[in-house]
Design a protein around this ligand. Sequence first.
Ligand SMILES: [Zn+2]
Length: 195
Amino acid sequence: MERQTVTGKWLGMLWDDYLNTIWRDWKGKLGEKDRLDEPQWLKQWLAEHRFPDLPYPDARELAELKQFRSLLLRIVRTLINGEKIGSEDLIAFNAVLAEGLITRQLGGDAEEWKLEYVPLQSNWKQVMADIAADFAAKMADGEPGRLRICDNPDCLWVYYDETRNRSKRYCDDKLCGNLMKVRRHRARKKAEEQR
Ligand SMILES: [Zn+2]
């Protein structure tokens, strides 16, 4: 079932997109930067996900946004390790969810009726709650065992492995996959030369 708000927003690709707001140079040269610190980028991101156009978060809101992102990443890592989410983390996660205010309505038309979720407030708490809801829905309907973090240590892109045999080790086989193959090859060659 599609989870939509009255604006028709897809609550999909939201949680992983949010976790990947820490941008890293997958080639390992330019380091990393935090997209949440870039007002222009954040404005664009809100628009892409059809969130309302919110003012750039104040210091407290920005700290909360980053804290929530750390929490979500910790939960993802816990699930990747096949462990149980700690009770403190679960309480903190549910507290973020609880800050979201929504109501439901029957939308669409006779062609296709839809159960729509309508946000009742327009602020960063609602954005965080929507991201949390998107992740919760994915874990409830999907398989936590498909959560992945790219094996390239310079990349660490977070994604959900949709492949049939659950074998996706890199965010992108052509980019990170090839890079790691080249690195392994070089390391092997170096080791052989040192013999
Ligand atoms: Zn990668």
